[in-house]
Design a protein around this ligand. Structure first.
Ligand code: PLP
Length: 373
């Protein structure tokens, strides 16, 4: 039987809630299911204000507007991440100053951030890669020292914690993704979290095409109209209804994914030590949310061999993130610094199949064959 890399999981209640949304005869945004989902996030994760968006990319674009990024402002972003972590700010005119990863962890190296800060620096974007937290203590201390805004790109980090605090509740802003490759899905979809009071009122306006419509419907203002910039960042009730079915089952989804993760870890521990292959590091104060299981191969060639071997055994393993500083789009604008750890993960990181319905014993069996051949 073929084992794919990802398979979206449906709880079975999605179409029921979508049908209900249709019956309620209000399928545009900010309705019954949107509020239900937003309340859920605000009550369970310590998020001050939650707004559903049509993607994590959108939520990051909202951050760029709310931070009032102007031409020439500098934003520090890890190079080893998805395009959107940088793109959202580039569209607003920012210059991206790419930061390197740790040697043994793809997350932004918090000890190397300070040397990148100038009088033009406005914000730091941190990405909790594979749902494992960046060093938020150090990063928030830098933010205070230099008066910088911190945006957590928590696209992969739902339900994960750092020192007991949920990821996404620590920075001034955070963003999540419900793309079908993430733990909790709605096809496309996202969430913007605003933890700093200063930005809350404006965030709702930007979310709804620069209008004060949300405040109007709460009866807080007597007219609604165009008051600011913005766009249409909110998803329809159809998407929110789908998402609600997922949130209702979030405990089960997380438990299942984590059990796969621990199964991989347990069965690959000795093999990885004997073969000098690095498994995912989880610092002691951080948690893992079963988003991803990756290994770090010895070289790009070595990774290619493993991918081909797994392919011949009908297993799909994939790699991702070509360092953004050497991307076709940004290469010319990068300041030329070598980011060797980011490049190492670009060449050597390999993700194994990870999804709800996976039967990891099959994968381990193939890896066992591989290590003995
Ligand atoms: C998936 C992902 C995104 C983009 O999410 P969308 O919802 O598809 O816009 C952004 N950043 C990171 C780190 C991601 O993993």
């Amino acid at each position: 039987m073929k084992i794919g890399f990802n398979k979206p999981y449906f709880t079975g209640k999605e179409t029921f809630y979508i049908e209900d949304a249709v019956k309620r005869k209000k399928i545009s945004g900010n309705g019954y299911y949107t509020k239900k989902c937003q309340n859920y996030f605000e009550s369970n994760y310590g998020f001050k204000k939650a707004l559903l968006t049509t993607s994590c990319t959108d939520a990051l674009e909202m951050c760029a507007i709310l931070c009032e990024i102007n031409n020439g402002d500098e934003i520090i972003v890890p190079s080893f991440t998805f395009v959107s972590s940088a793109l959202a700010f580039v569209r607003q005119g920012a210059k991206i100053v790419f930061a390197d990863s740790y040697n043994d962890n793809p997350n932004i190296d918090a000890d190397k951030i300070e040397s990148l800060i100038t009088h033009k620096t406005k914000a730091i974007v941190v990405v909790h890669y594979a749902g494992v937290a960046c060093d938020m203590k150090k990063i928030m201390a830098l933010s205070e020292k230099y008066n910088l805004i911190v945006i957590e790109d928590a696209a992969q980090a739902i339900c994960s914690k750092s020192n007991g605090q949920y990821l996404g509740s620590i920075g001034h802003f955070s963003t999540f993704s419900f793309h079908e490759t993430k733990n909790i899905i709605s096809g496309e979809g996202g969430l913007l979290v605003i933890n700093d009071d200063r930005f809350i009122e404006r965030s709702e306006i930007i979310w709804e095409k620069g209008t004060n419509r949300a405040a109007f419907f709460r009866g807080e203002v007597d007219k609604y109209g165009w008051v600011d910039t913005g766009s249409s960042f909110l998803p329809s009730e159809i998407i929110a209804a789908f998402l609600w079915a997922q949130l209702e089952n979030i405990v089960d989804i997380q438990n299942k994914r984590l059990s796969h993760w621990h199964y991989y870890q347990k069965h690959l521990q000795l093999w990885s030590e004997a073969n000098n292959i690095q498994l995912m590091p989880i610092p002691s104060e951080e948690t893992n949310n079963g988003h991803m299981f990756y290994i770090v191969c010895k070289s790009a060639d070595h990774r290619g061999q493993i991918i081909n071997h797994l392919q011949r055994n009908d297993i799909s393993a994939v790699f991702h993130y070509i360092s953004l500083h050497s991307s076709k789009f940004y290469n010319d604008r990068h300041d030329g610094r070598v980011l060797s750890n980011s490049d190492k993960f670009t060449d050597c990181l390999l993700r194994l199949p990870m999804y709800y319905e996976l039967n990891p014993s099959q994968v381990v069996e193939v890896l066992t064959k591989f290590k003995n051949h």
